[in-house]
Ligand binder design. Structure first.
Ligand SMILES: Cc1cc2nc3c(=O)[nH]c(=O)nc-3n(C[C@H](O)[C@H](O)[C@H](O)COP(=O)(O)O)c2cc1C
Length: 187
C-alpha cells in the first residue's frame, strides 16, 4: 500500500516536471524564432525621425512588449520605428537611424547572450542616440547597467539606461514608464 502511494506521488511529480520542461522548451523555441522577426511602425503623417528598437524576446515576451509600447510612443511623436528581434537582419543594419534602443530580459542577473553579442559587435554611425533597458524580477539586479558598460567599454555613450523591474514574468502594464524612457531619450 505504502509503496503504491510513493509510486503514485513519483508519477505525479514526474508529470509536473515534464510539463514544466515542455513549457520551457516551447517558450524558448517561440522566443528563438521570434528573435529573427521585425516590423516597421509608421506615423500617420510626416516623419520627423527614425528609431530602431532591438529586443531579445526572452521566455515570456515582456521585452518585446516593452519595445512595442515604446514604438507606439515614438510613433505618436512622428517617428518611424523598426522593432527588430536581436537575431534579425534588420537588427544588424543600424545605419540611417537617429535612435537605437536595445532591450534585454534579465536571466541569471545578466542580459541574454544574444544581446551581449549584439552589443559587443555593434558598429555605429555617428550622431545616433543610444538607450538600453532591461526587464527584471529582482530589485537589485540591473542588467541594463551591464549592457551600458559593454558599450562604455567600446567608448559608446549611452544616453539613457533603465530597468523596468519587479515583474517575475513579462512586462508591467504601466505604460508611463516606457513613455518616460522615450521622453528621456528624445530630450
Ligand atoms: C528562467 C528565468 C530566470 C530569471 N532570472 C532572473 C534573474 O536572475 N534576475 C532577475 O532580476 N530576474 C530574473 N528573471 C525575471 C525576468 O527577468 C523577467 O521575468 C523578465 O520580464 C523576462 O523578460 P521576458 O518577458 O522578455 O522573457 C528570470 C525569469 C525567468 C523565467
Amino acid at each position: 500500500m505504502f509503496r503504491v502511494i510513493i509510486l503514485n506521488i513519483l508519477i505525479i511529480v514526474g508529470i509536473i516536471l515534464a510539463i514544466i520542461v515542455l513549457v520551457a522548451v516551447v517558450a524558448y523555441l517561440i522566443g528563438f524564432y521570434g528573435s529573427y522577426g521585425s516590423e516597421t511602425i509608421k506615423p500617420d503623417g510626416k516623419i520627423t525621425g527614425k528609431a530602431l528598437i532591438v529586443y531579445d524576446p526572452g521566455l515570456t515576451g515582456g521585452t518585446k512588449t516593452a519595445a512595442l509600447y515604446m514604438a507606439e510612443d515614438l510613433k505618436s511623436k512622428d517617428y518611424e520605428v523598426k522593432v527588430a528581434g536581436v537575431r534579425s537582419s534588420d537588427a544588424a543594419n543600424v545605419s540611417g537611424y537617429d535612435i537605437l534602443i536595445v532591450g534585454s530580459p534579465t536571466y541569471g542577473a545578466n542580459p541574454t547572450g544574444p544581446i551581449k553579442s549584439y552589443l559587443n559587435g555593434l558598429k555605429l554611425p555617428e550622431d545616433i542616440t543610444i538607450g538600453v533597458y532591461s526587464l527584471a524580477g529582482s530589485n537589485t539586479q540591473d542588467s541594463n547597467l551591464v549592457m551600458a558598460q559593454i558599450l562604455k567599454d567600446k567608448s559608446i555613450q549611452v544616453k539613457i539606461s533603465m530597468k523596468f523591474g519587479n515583474s517575475a514574468f513579462g512586462a508591467s502594464g504601466d505604460k508611463n514608464q516606457y513613455s518616460n524612457f522615450v521622453s528621456q531619450i528624445l530630450a
